[in-house]
Design a protein around this ligand. Structure first.
Ligand code: WT7
Length: 697
């Protein structure tokens, strides 16, 4: 990236990358039969889990899978009508879509004509059925001993109060509400309150900076922001309100006015008295919510009405507002949750994700409540006060399904087995993994040490854009292979494609695309339908392109090989290299920046930034810190580069394009595999970079 400009969007870039990834295809037919190989588990070993699973073997799966692909309309309508409340039933003809840019605009419709409300399905339905006294949220605070619980009836009442307050400040169906909160129960409650009245929530992860918050508020025009004064994470206290204020001010400077800020006082982290409030704009949750009526009318939504926007990074440009709608998201998140976690109503489930990411939407706020789960909401971090916090909490609440990210597994694994073995963990039935590829070593530790070999691992591959699990094992239904997400979920048709648009059959490696619409596929990029089409549908006409590469083995199992675009996955957080680069070049002394990912033992990938300075500027540690600070300020601490590599020049082709392949090899210490560098404008640059790397600390 040169100056402040982003590299121009190039949808075909991925295809070029394919040349690297694609292996020759064999001509055997695609099969999804059960495997008999050495390095896999035996589904029969999971006696307890099998007892609760909804699919017991590969044959049962295959039957349902075939029907879901051949008759998607009938398959999903049956589930929709059987498992959910529809105020207006789903008509027989309800599904239509186009994934082919050559045939016209891309669009998707599911359950069209049906009317429902997802918050009603999460809460009212269960209370009406007599489960009002069941625990809905088990709150576990950052500090040991700070905890609390809320029943379904209590959560419903609180959701209604917040819904009434939102209405009182003029929020209507279709209006955006930004939510910038830590993991307290009030975060999913705020989301459900929006859904109840048809407002569109846009949750911004609490780790994002004020700049990032401001651009998201502006993009979706959120007049109302719900936040929290402060939060403790481990030993750190974070003054969230201060960041939220700065975000609102930045938006204001750019001409967008936030009218109302609702502040949940997290008194454990900061008192109300210590929280700076802006008169006329800010109100404390505790001052206005309790006096609201605890019943609120439901807004019946058309299935295709918008439920939320969630911003996510791509390889170029600013983050995209991924838009999901009501009915498809509801049916798909709930159905995947039920099957993938062998879930039975009333089970205690725990997902460590934050609601600021899609996992927190589909598998914390919505999927579990739609299935009447009792769920742990954890404010803290897995390693505080000790690395056994997770195992302690699992025993405390008798958690049956535990869902976390490989980065957490790897970091806990490094603390040693003794921390795990101090706790019984006998309640566990299924262990889930999400967000990044799980390396076989971490997989085996999770399976053998955490699960004592009794619990299947569900390695779930999916994305913000897919909103629900796409390729995933079903517990105890077929053998698992460590490191493989295994087989597609119902309704999902994975397709591997090479750079020449050839569909690869049988054993093959290529670009991972999806061949037909499923209920919760991304509907559009908010405010930019053209970008939606270019990013996801133009690269391989007829298919949704995921941005990931994958290999299919002889048993039909899928192995995700990682992103093929310029997106880095750090601790399961998706970071666009272009965003980090533009944050670096925003520094007045930075001339040019190029960012690549490199293998990191705990985070999966780390961020390696090559930086060129303006003429005459000296390289020093102070400047290094300022550059890292620039990224923290513009994106957030989680995107801070791990390595700043001073570069007198960057390897470019004669047409001026940075050769990232070369930069990746240098960052991975694989300079013996640089490949062809004869097209470089100045091949000497590579040698200089290697020398500079040698001098780094
Ligand atoms: C990207 C999506 C999935 C929800 C949380 C992240 C990577 C995700 C896996 C997995 C290998 C995975 C992919 C994907 N990814 N799960 N099980 N195995 N890679 O959502 O921020 O939209 O990121 O995460 O690269 O494209 P996201």
């Amino acid at each position: 990236v040169q100056g402040r400009r982003h590299a121009a969007a190039n949808p075909l870039r991925a295809q070029r990358v394919a040349r690297r990834a694609a292996a020759p295809a064999s001509r055997t037919a695609t099969v999804t039969k059960a495997v008999k190989v050495a390095d896999h588990t035996d589904a029969r070993q999971y006696i307890d889990t099998r007892h609760h699973a909804h699919i017991h073997n590969h044959r049962e799966y295959e039957e349902m899978y075939q029907r879901s692909i051949e008759d998607p309309d009938g398959f999903w309508r049956e589930i929709a009508m059987k498992e959910f409340h529809w105020e207006t039933p789903v008509p027989e003809k309800h599904h239509n879509y186009n994934f082919d840019v050559r045939k016209g605009p891309i669009f998707t419709e599911w359950f069209k004509g049906g009317k429902t409300n997802i918050a009603y399905n999460c809460l009212d339905r269960h209370v009406k059925d007599g489960y009002g006294d069941q625990d809905c949220f088990l709150f576990e605070g950052n500090d040991v001993g700070r905890d609390g619980r809320m029943t379904y009836a209590e959560v419903l009442k609180e959701v209604c109060r917040v819904a009434n307050w939102l209405r009182s400040v003029g929020v209507k169906k279709g209006d955006s509400v930004a939510i910038y909160m830590p993991m307290v129960c009030e975060l999913p409650i705020a989301m459900l309150a929006c859904a109840r009245i048809g407002a569109v929530h846009s949750v911004v992860f609490g780790g994002f900076s004020s700049d990032a918050l401001a651009s998201r508020i502006e993009d979706c025009k959120a007049r109302v922001v719900i936040t929290c004064n402060a939060v403790k994470r481990g030993t750190k206290a974070i003054d969230l309100k201060k960041i939220a204020d700065a975000g609102c001010n930045i938006a204001k400077d750019q001409g967008f006015n936030v009218e109302h800020v609702l502040v949940y006082a997290n008194d454990d982290a900061q008192s109300k008295a210590d929280t700076k409030m802006t008169a006329g704009r800010d109100l404390f949750w505790q001052d206005v919510i309790p006096q609201q009526k605890d019943e609120a009318e439901v807004e019946w939504m058309d299935s295709e009405d918008t439920l939320f926007y969630l911003y996510t990074s791509g390889s170029t440009g600013k983050p995209k507002g991924v838009l999901h709608t009501t009915g498809g998201f509801m049916v798909y998140s709930a159905t995947t949750f039920k099957y993938v976690f062998a879930f039975q109503p009333g089970d205690v489930y725990w997902c460590t994700a934050d609601c600021g990411w899609i996992t927190g939407h589909s598998y914390l706020t919505y999927g579990p409540l739609l299935n009447r789960a009792t769920q742990v909401v954890f404010e803290g971090v897995p390693t505080y006060p000790n690395p056994d916090r997770c195992w302690e909490v699992i025993d405390k609440y008798q958690v049956k399904q535990f869902y976390t990210a490989p980065t957490a597994i790897r970091s806990l694994m490094r603390s040693g087995d003794d921390w795990v073995k101090k706790h019984s963990r006998t309640s566990l039935r299924v262990l889930g993994s999400v967000g990044e590829p799980i390396n076989p070593e971490a997989w085996k530790w999770y399976h053998e040490v955490v699960g004592d070999g009794r619990c299947p691992i569900v390695d779930t591959w999916w994305q913000t854009e897919t909103a629900g699990h796409m390729i995933t094992p079903l517990p105890a239904a077929w053998p698992e292979k460590p490191g493989s997400a295994s087989l597609p979920f119902f309704g999902v048709k994975p397709v591997l494609v090479d750079d020449k648009n050839n569909v690869l059959e049988g054993e093959a490696e290529g670009m991972l695309c999806i061949g037909q619409s499923w209920p919760s596929n991304i509907r559009t990029v908010y405010g930019d339908h053209e970008r939606y089409e270019t990013t996801y549908f133009a690269p391989f006409p007829g298919y949704y392109f995921s941005g990931d590469g994958a290999r299919r083995d002889k048993d039909g199992y899928y192995w995700i090989t990682g992103r093929v675009d310029d997106v880095i996955n750090v601790s399961g957080h998706r970071i666009g290299t272009a965003e980090v680069e533009s944050a670096l070049v925003a520094h007045p002394q930075c001339a040019e920046a190029a960012v690549v990912g490199y293998e990191h033992p705990v985070k999966g990938q780390g961020i390696w930034a090559y930086v060129t300075l303006l003429e005459g500027v000296e390289y020093d540690d102070k400047l290094k810190k300022e550059l890292v600070m620039s990224v923290r300020e513009q994106i957030g601490a989680f995107a801070a580069p791990d390595v700043i590599h001073w570069a007198p020049g960057l390897p470019k082709t004669r047409s001026g394009k940075i050769m990232r392949r070369v930069l990746r090899k240098i960052a991975s210490f694989e300079e013996d595999q640089l490949g062809d560098t004869s097209t470089l404008a100045d091949p000497g640059v590579v040698q200089t970079l290697l020398e500079m790397r040698g001098n780094m600390d």
